[in-house]
Design a protein around this ligand. Structure first.
Ligand code: VGL
Ligand code: ZN
Length: 205
């Protein structure tokens, strides 16, 4: 029997995309690809999660308070909104993270649902065993989310054509991908995933 699947979109927010305060180069190029994945999972009746960085104005995560980043994804600002071209179905479950002013919270697994349920608990309560992960940034939030997912025992497929990195140091994204694979994640592209989900739908009762 195949494991119950879910799509996880990591931090597809204005501040992480071109024009934003912490823009991932070419980050907007993945938005149409993410929309295809959203459509695929939605049609298959599978859950879709969208994580978001959701910081207070003052947090040790920001340069001004001892961190390394310029202000970004401050709660309630335009920069914290999902990219306007991202087509999220109304059933999408939002996972917010980074609210604690003393924590960076790069991982979606440090996040919670609107009801305050930790992400891992939420997934386990729904019987989800296999996560398909896309979004930004490959070398920060995608990396931390994928590594935590493996630690929590989930199967993980990284959507190689639907991620982009910051590369503060050249090669960071490549290294992050290698690390994710070493932790047991699988890399896949659109054709692989479309085939997997279609095959799954055909063999389901
Ligand atoms: C992120 C830097 C700072 C991310 C969040 O979502 O990858 N990166 N905060
Ligand atoms: Zn952040």
């Amino acid at each position: 029997m195949s494991a119950r699947k879910a799509l996880v979109l990591v931090d597809v927010q204005n501040d992480f995309l071109p024009g934003g305060s912490l823009a991932v180069p070419e980050g907007d190029r993945i938005v149409p690809v993410l929309n295809q994945y959203v459509d695929l999972f939605h049609r298959a009746g599978l859950p879709i999660y969208a994580t978001r960085d959701w910081h207070p104005e003052q947090t040790r995560h920001f340069k001004a308070y001892g961190g390394v980043w310029p202000p970004h994804c401050v709660q309630g600002t335009r920069g914290a909104e999902f990219h306007p071209d991202l087509k999220l179905p109304p059933e999408t479950i939002i996972i917010s993270k980074g609210m604690d002013p003393n924590e960076d919270s790069y991982s979606g697994f440090q996040g919670r649902t609107a009801e305050g349920r930790p992400f891992a608990e939420e997934l386990k309560a729904r019987g989800i065993e296999h996560l398909y992960v896309g979004g930004v940034a490959t070398d920060y939030c995608v990396r931390h989310t994928v590594l935590d997912a493996r630690r929590e025992g989930f199967q993980v497929t990284v959507l190689e054509d639907a991620i982009r990195g910051v590369d503060l140091t050249p090669g960071d994204s490549e290294r992050a991908l290698r690390e994710m694979v070493e932790a047991g994640a699988t890399l896949a592209q659109w054709e692989d995933v479309a085939r997997e989900l279609t095959a799954h739908a055909e063999t389901s009762p």
